[in-house]
Write a protein that binds this ligand. Structure first.
Ligand code: SF4
Length: 233
């Protein structure tokens, strides 16, 4: 059986409730400043959390937390410090351009001033930084400041498409808008964290474990493929 609920808001709320019952409510705590989160997120592209975290710590230690020194250092030194994160030929210039922009426009290395902006304006402002897309901007706003932004990564994009929250080929940015319009901001953090857990453990990219999934009754993928009746270990 698929979609026993009515509109997109009902379906989104049902998914939120089922995931909350399954995974609980994560505790929001600002883990890093917005600035640190931004640098960390630049480093995290196409690598895992462990490697991006190691690159970030190496960068900080190598330059003694002196971001002016990072901004003015030879690119080769920055590349060397972040090598473990991969793609250092792109990531190092992005970090320097970010520092240049903050230095030029704000005179300090912080993003705390976004807290005084409307979420939409803050999102646009952060996306004006080099290499920063909607996902990175939303992560900074949600994780560092608890602001109303819903980050959509590959796990959330895949599940939203399968569940029928969006069309099967919808972009991550489109999916972000759909969730944000369907649910209130106070749900974003819990929904994001729980969808990531679900995407890693159950609604996996290659072989979703539909037989173990609490969302199967409202999933378009199951209705289309009959995956529920298959063996999904
Ligand atoms: S039923 Fe299957 S495809 Fe649908 S959300 Fe669950 S694991 Fe993913």
């Amino acid at each position: 059986m698929a979609d026993s609920v009515r509109g997109p808001e009902d379906k989104a709320q049902q998914i939120y409730d089922l995931l909350l019952a399954e995974y609980g409510e994560p505790v929001w705590q600002p883990r890093r400043s917005g600035f640190e989160q931004l640098i960390q997120t630049i480093l995290s592209a196409n690598t895992n959390d462990r490697n991006s975290g190691r690159a970030f710590e190496t960068l900080r230690q190598r330059f003694n937390d002196d971001w002016d020194a990072v901004r003015t250092a030879p690119l080769s030194e920055i590349k060397d410090a972040i090598r473990v994160a991969g793609m250092y030929n792109q990531k190092a210039p992005h970090i320097v351009e970010t520092l240049e922009m903050l230095h030029r426009e704000e005179g300090f290395y912080s993003l705390d001033h976004v807290q005084g902006m409307e979420p939409e304006a803050a999102q646009t402002y952060l996306q004006s930084f080099p290499g920063v897309g909607h996902k990175t901007a939303s992560i900074v706003l949600l994780f560092s400041y608890g602001m109303a932004a819903f980050p959509v990564d590959t796990h959330i994009q895949r599940q939203s498409q399968r569940l029928g929250i969006s069309g099967p080929r919808a972009s991550a940015e489109k999916i972000k808008t759909i969730w944000e319009e369907a649910l209130p901001p106070e749900t974003y953090f819990t929904l994001h964290v729980n969808l990531i857990s679900h995407g890693r453990g159950v609604c996996r990219a290659r072989v979703p474990r539909c037989g173990h999934c609490v969302l199967r009754n409202s999933c378009h993928y199951v209705a289309r493929t009959g995956a529920w009746s298959e063996t999904n270990g």
